[in-house]
Design a binder for this molecule. Sequence first.
Ligand code: PRX
Length: 651
Amino acid sequence: MSVAPVAKHPVPEGYEKAHVTPESYRALYQESLSDPDGFWGREGRRLDWIKPYTRVKNTDFMMGQVSIKWYEDGILNVCVNCVDRHLPKRANQTAIIWEPDDPDTPARHITYAELSEKVNRMANVLLSQGVMRGDRVVIYLPMIPEAAYAMLACARIGAIHSIVFAGFSPDALANRINDCGAKLLITADSAPRGGRRTALKSNADAALLHCSDRVRCLVVKHTGDQTTWVQGRDVDVLALMEHASPDCPPRPMGAEDPLFILYTSGSTGKPKGVVHSSGGYLVYASMTHQNTFDYQDGDVFWCTADVGWVTGHSYIVYGPLANGATTIMFEGVPNYPDPGRFWAVCEKHKVTQFYTAPTAIRSLISQGTEWVEKYDLSSLRVLGSVGEPINPEAWNWYDKHIGKGKCPIVDTFWQTENGGHMITSLPYAIETKPGSATLPCFGVRPEVLDPTTGAVIDGNGVEGVLCFADSWPGQMRTLWGDHQRFEEAYFQQYPGYYFTGDGCRRDEDGYYWITGRVDDVINVSGHRMGTAEIESALVAHPKVAEAAVVGYPHDLKGQGIYAYVTVMNGVEPSDELRKELETWVRTEIGPIARPDLIQWAPGMPKTRSGKIMRRILRKIAENDYGSLGDISTLADPGVVDELIENRMNRG
Ligand code: PRX
């Protein structure tokens, strides 16, 4: 179904012109495809280079030889590009506005001068702890300015950071520390969120029991909560920063040197360490931040994501700071102390661009518009959506009640692997349709492929799987320590293409509509989860014999987690066991992975070769069991009736 494009929004008064116009979008997009070296050669100059690049693009998508290099002989420092180079003009401009969880605690306005001082001090602390170029530093912090200082300090000395979302469990943290061989962990005493506190340091203590005893632990004393202290391993980072020099020479880095690793879920159990580069990544984050949000001098940009996710990397820290922007970092949640918090913060800091996830919008819709109407939202100019398809109901509410019909909505489709936006509308340049991510960003070459034959489906009004036919500078370079898995995961299924794992439709106007994952990855409240990861957590429980996890439609979360569990012989399924398993998954992975529904399954629908037929489990979980298709290949078709009979989702 194709919805007529919504009337274009005019550039508001006070803004001379948008970065991209309908005409320039078309011309630049064409140029970016026909002359990538020319286009990206010019875009690359948005950064300051210590030694300018002479070669722009050098990429190959062929299986067995996948190699992605951009600006490969250029030398730069990412921290200098995000901090130092702004000092002549912007020393007294606010770089980061920190809005604490507790609305009664004053916000902090950190200028570029102050940011520079803190980052330099932290960089010197890292050096004093023996962190060297190329070493990995894991960051497990709340949404506090120190998280940004730590990222930039790593970039300054050429260390590779890997942020682990503070909602992850000790086990998940330990796995990531071990996988990347981190030398150092940076954490805080505790993380306040929504009025509650997570004991981060004790999680870190538990994680470090499973790591090399050479891993040191820098602790930010943020809340002052009591923590245990391991002499010789734990270090009070703020105390050291006070005594450190505010001057740390930046390390010249190759454009292709890794900037960070970020773990994300795949279709197999083990999270994948996505590796991003220094030069290409920053060019892409900076360009997309500027164009997608039409960021202009003096704007106040707010991305509500957590720095533990890629959205926080690219659109709280790297993109905005590379552009000399003012960026908000919010420690709290949308509904604390009440469901008006987002709008209170927008009014308080006169936010111009607001970027959030559909799941947050949906949860606020159910609270009523009185929470919105209390606040003056007239500063808002552009609204953004990210992380999952936005349903038209949420889109229309966002448009009407938050944007007051005046703010273009940019629905940004992209992935951890992409570094920045891939398909999105552009304010004032690309007309929107509620629910469509619209058109590709510069340099992005989307193709719709037949999922079975892999043939490219040309023309409009078509549906298939979404691939990209060529590289863009923000593309991930490899999986940490496993280039072969990188090739297999993204380039094997459709040779010559990067495969997103998403299905999509290209409508009659050539607009893209993402229809969701076609692999065993689900999207819960905008968080990406591998079903295999949850399954391995479940089967690790002594009472569980077998588990299969699928997604099902959930009004608030987009998708919910539906687990089929077969218990061990002699174990009696019960509500207590259900609770026990929920808690188990929370501790194994983290609260975001807790199953919403657990169905006891005396048997799983399996083929004669023993493979679980997930297609059937998905249908039952979706309460759409009327069209199960061919089940004659099942070893025991009888189990299906039993599963339907006892299905948990009858909505
Ligand atoms: O399925 C797509 C969905 O989120 C997946 C990527 O998840 P992650 O790597 O965690 O990154 C999320 C934030 C960049 C995609 O494969 N997705 C992301 N944005 C959209 C989306 N689906 C539809 N519309 C979007 N705007």
